[in-house]
Design a protein around this ligand. Structure first.
Ligand SMILES: Nc1ncnc2c1ncn2[C@@H]1O[C@H](COP(=O)(O)OP(=O)(O)O)[C@@H](O)[C@H]1O
Ligand SMILES: [Mg+2]
Length: 259
């Protein structure tokens, strides 16, 4: 199963969700690939590969995506982490949007890379951590996966972001085929009235969709400390009560993949 973790709003919880859902899938015995599509490389750093981010000699998606001759090269971009395999970001990725602007099938390059690299045979789950904008890289993630998991803060400012994202998803769908919303991960949910109202809104909007579920992650310093330590909360030394929620997300993805 391929999954894009997306919301163009910064700080929505994309990277935290990607790394910990990936950790949960690994706990449940799956082979997982994490693609860091964000030029800022937060997932790369959160998995302990900051050295690769500015290594001038290392190939990255920046080199591969614009080059049709390299669509079979996914595996050579991947590095091994103790929990998952990772395609790290790279500082050159900041120029990837420009580089892709004038190539044909520019929104389909990641899909082609997955297909021509037999990625679905190699990994059970591929998670793509998206950048915080609705540019051509995010389009690539959505087209390549056809499934999105949407993290969002339980704040009223998330409403507009999600409405814009839906517009983008429907427009991609009309050009490239089905896109399914698999779930909404409400992130850093507090105990105030605004959070409560937003949880109602999320449930109204998302639970009406077929097979789509709403999950609730609270604010926990353990999540930040795990990121600092280069692992998910599952491999981090301290126990965290949010592990259970990420395992629920993983189980939901298993059910989804079976359908
Ligand atoms: N549930 C949470 N509890 C505590 N800190 C969190 C939580 N979710 C995210 N954070 C922190 O908030 C910041 C933004 O989260 P991040 O996942 O990087 O968002 P995005 O990838 O959407 O920009 C990070 O510093 C992260 O460690
Ligand atoms: Mg991020």
């Amino acid at each position: 199963m391929r999954l894009g973790v997306t919301n163009q709003k910064g700080g929505a919880g994309k990277t935290t969700t990607t790394l910990n859902v990936a950790g949960a899938l690994n706990q449940r015995g799956h082979d997982v690939l994490v693609i860091d599509l964000d030029p800022q490389g937060h997932a790369t750093e959160g998995l302990g590969f900051e050295d690769l981010y500015d290594d001038p000699d290392r190939d990255s998606l920046f080199d591969v995506l614009p080059d049709l001759d390299r669509m079979g090269d996914l595996e050579q971009l991947a590095v091994e982490h103790q929990e998952v395999d990772v395609v790290p970001s790279h500082e050159r990725m900041i120029n990837a949007e420009d580089e892709l602007a004038n190539v044909m099938k520019r929104e389909e390059r990641l899909d082609m890379l997955f297909n021509e690299s037999d990625a679905d045979q190699r990994w059970d789950y591929i998670l793509v951590d998206c950048p915080p904008n609705l540019g051509v890289l995010t389009d690539n993630a959505i087209v390549a996966t056809g499934n999105v998991l949407i993290p969002a803060q339980a704040k009223s400012t998330s409403i507009r972001a999600i409405e814009l994202l839906f517009k983008q998803l429907r427009s991609i769908e009309s050009a490239f085929g089905d896109v399914d919303e698999v779930g909404l991960v409400a992130n850093e949910v507090g105990v105030d009235g605004e959070a409560e109202e937003m949880m109602e809104w999320f449930k109204d909007i998302f639970e009406d969709r077929e097979n789509c579920e709403v999950f609730e992650i609270r604010k926990r310093v353990a999540l930040q400390r795990a990121w600092n330590a280069g692992v998910s909360i599952f491999e981090h030394e301290e126990d965290c009560d949010m592990e259970e929620v990420y395992l629920d997300v993983a189980e939901h993805l298993e059910d989804y993949a079976d359908d």
